[in-house]
Write a protein that binds this ligand. Structure first.
Ligand code: PDD
Length: 287
């Protein structure tokens, strides 16, 4: 069976799945999304993702498109149709279809799209060599905590990284402090083994991988600081890494062409990655 997508009440072949030209997501980026990782057929931290989806919708005053139970049912049906074992589920909710006009439309129904994608595990090369990041000015708005589909600065930042031969761009605020990557959260480890990541305010997306890893770090008793760190501090850190639903925990070994620590993936980073993978493997299927 060809890969399928869910679009507003229907399962369609992925290649023919389309939305209306006046979907407000298309015209105004007036919508939100989630990327839920799937490991061995299990949706990782599904309820945390759905909580964040609810929050994003609430903050933008977009109505819930359906009950959580219905969203879960559709997710599972799409995964079943696509025989998804490892990869992710993408869900997007926009304010709906209406004649183009900036103000909220009356009576538009939120539009829902879901897709899945199978993904291979990260290569041994990435894990043994680590990733390069560059730094770019953070050009985004003041509500980066909302997982909006409005991602133009993120797109431009990621392309700048690719153009520079790097994997990710760390965005830097006006005070010279790192906010986050374009699609990942940013972390460093200090010389005295303190794990540092920016506190979750409106300046960053509170990543679900971030939240789960923070729990694991606290449970394992590692030293932790949720605070902003500068580009200079990151460049002289002992280790650096990033987290996201599609990356889990990946080591960073270069920032703006400068090696981080000894230039090899950090030991603590490796341990944290393993704790996170053990956590994901321990998850049980839920209804
Ligand atoms: N990106 N910061 C930003 C700006 C992000 O877009 C993401 C996720 C994260 C990490 O969040 P999480 O751990 O919940 O995936 C941080 C997704 C994967 C994306 O846009 O593809």
């Amino acid at each position: 069976m060809p890969r399928q997508a869910y679009v507003n009440g229907r399962y369609r072949p992925h290649d023919d799945a389309v939305v209306h030209i006046e979907d407000r997501g298309y015209q105004f980026a007036d919508g939100v999304y989630e990327v839920v990782p799937v490991h061995n057929g299990i949706l990782v931290d599904e309820d945390l993702h759905l909580d964040r989806l609810d929050r994003s919708l609430r903050e933008l005053r977009i109505g819930a498109p359906m009950s959580r139970a219905a969203l879960k049912l559709i997710s599972r049906e799409l995964m079943r149709r696509n025989a998804l074992t490892n990869g992710f589920l993408y869900m997007q909710v926009t304010r709906g279809v209406a004649p183009r006009d900036h103000k909220f439309p009356n009576g538009a129904k939120p539009a829902v799209v879901m897709t899945t994608r199978q993904m291979k595990p990260h290569s041994d090369k990435v894990l043994s060599e680590g990733l390069k990041v560059i730094t770019v000015p953070d050009q985004r708005w003041d509500r980066c905590d909302i997982k909006s589909v409005s991602l133009l600065p993120n797109v431009l930042g990621k392309q700048a990284a690719v153009d520079a031969g790097a994997y990710e761009a760390w965005q830097v605020d006006r005070d010279g402090m790192v906010t986050e990557g374009t699609s990942t959260n940013a972390w460093i480890v200090t010389g005295d083994n303190r794990v540092v990541t920016r506190q979750a305010t409106h300046a960053i997306l509170n990543g679900i991988t971030r939240v789960s890893l923070l729990h694991l770090i606290r449970n394992e008793g590692y030293e932790l600081e949720e605070r902003a760190f500068s580009v200079e501090e990151a460049k002289s850190a002992k280790e650096a890494f990033l987290t996201s639903s599609t990356s889990f925990v990946l080591p960073i070994t270069q920032i703006d062409g400068q090696p981080v620590g000894n230039g090899h993936p950090g030991i603590l980073t490796g341990k944290l990655r393993q704790h996170y993978i053990d956590y994901v493997r321990s998850l049980k299927r839920s209804a």
